[in-house]
Design a protein around this ligand. Structure first.
Ligand SMILES: *Cc1c(COP(=O)(O)O)cnc(C)c1O
Length: 365
């Protein structure tokens, strides 16, 4: 492709699809990220030539030279979104254009080439078309789509790669909350930060996750489900969780979340919640929230609910906050009414069960 934003995909259906019976068994209880569909999308990029060789083909290992740049310098980005069965048997996605735009923002930060948004969207549509039998219909289940791109040049020099591979794989996932919504306990790490000003915190790159794993392990050692990161400069303000943004709900009905200053991942769920909350009549603020304030507002009762949000679990209430000096609980530690309502509204829109005045739901098939 040169210049334009269309690309013809060569469709090569697998000659060895998983049988219907095996697929049903795999999809009965898929969990998260363990079961994969029959196909994948691949598109190549080469400097000078641009994007080319777009394919939908059998999902297979990617042969790689040991000197492939991504293995050494981690030039890699990804996205995550879900496809759902519509009530009439069609297939929908939630705000995929926002994922396409963010993918390119991440690419720009990581010195990678932009992928035309239409090609990104077409790649998703092609994959869900060929693998539509893999979209679960169980309540709360969906087909999780994972587009990603990495430096594919065989070269050990430290500079942006001249070749990239863009890939999309898909994974049927069950309901995140099989046993009902349960508030999580979060650990405020005194040791680790996630992202510094000027760093890659706003890019959805694998490296951010690599850096957060040890903090997540520290959280687990303290009996917590997730880690919440404070800002890297003052270690005072709340940034976000390892893979979810965070919201605070106050006794006057107002809702606050940390602002996008470059260290926080601009979540599409975050943006959607801000919009839904404002339209439901809540005052919404994007403002810095210090850990001290969090603690004192929880103690005074001014803070009524805290929740995390992201594509995977949509809205996850936070019940208890643990830190090296102790712990505190939000209200009675149960899911709050406002988080619950916002979550139900968002899931209702995503699954086509509620009207969508925002035009967020894209019909893809
Ligand atoms: C992906 C991600 C989120 C959530 O983004 P959504 O678009 O809502 O799924 C939040 N924080 C981090 C670090 C992420 O990688």
């Amino acid at each position: 492709m040169s210049g334009g934003d269309q690309l013809d995909f060569e469709i090569r259906p697998t000659t060895a699809p998983v049988s219907a019976a095996d697929r049903a068994a795999l999809m009965a209880n898929p969990g998260f990220g363990r079961v994969f569909t029959d196909h994948m999308v691949t598109i190549r990029y080469s400097e000078g030539k641009g994007w080319y060789d777009a394919r939908v083909e059998a999902r297979a290992p990617i042969p790689m030279d040991p000197a492939t740049a991504v293995l050494h310098y981690a030039q890699e980005i990804f996205e995550g979104l879900k496809a759902y069965h519509a009530a009439d048997g069609g297939v929908t996605m939630f705000r995929p254009e926002a994922n396409a735009a963010r993918f390119n923002d991440s690419a720009a930060r990581m010195a990678m080439p932009a992928l035309p948004e239409q090609v990104f969207l077409d790649s998703l549509r092609h994959l869900v078309t060929i693998d539509r039998e893999w979209i679960p219909s169980a309540d709360g289940a969906s087909l999780y789509l994972r587009p990603f791109m990495f430096a594919n040049e065989v070269f050990l020099g430290v500079r942006p790669s001249t070749e990239y591979l863009y890939v999309v794989i898909a994974s049927p996932v069950g309901s995140y909350f099989s046993g009902g919504v349960r508030p999580v306990t979060v650990w405020v790490s005194p040791t680790y930060t996630r992202a510094a000003p000027g760093g890659t915190g706003a890019a959805k790159c694998g490296g951010n996750y690599a850096a957060s794993l040890i903090a997540q392990a520290e959280a687990a050692e303290h009996g917590c489900d997730q880690v919440v990161f404070l800002d890297a400069v003052e270690r005072r303000y709340v940034d976000e969780l390892g893979g979810m943004n965070v919201f605070f709900v106050y006794d006057d009905g107002s809702i606050a979340t940390p602002p996008l200053t470059g260290t926080i991942l601009p979540g599409i769920t975050r943006e959607s919640v801000l919009r839904l909350a404002a339209d439901a009549g809540h005052e919404v603020r994007e403002e810095p929230i210090s850990f001290d304030q969090w603690q004192s507002d929880a103690a005074s009762g001014r803070l009524r609910e805290v929740f995390a949000c992201g594509t995977a679990a949509v809205i996850t209430p936070i019940g208890t906050i643990r830190h090296p000096e102790g712990e505190f609980t939000i209200a009675d530690g149960e899911p709050g009414p406002i988080s619950t309502k916002l979550g139900e509204r968002l899931v209702g829109i995503q699954r086509g069960k509620a009207d969508d005045p925002y035009g967020w739901v894209r019909r893809v098939l």
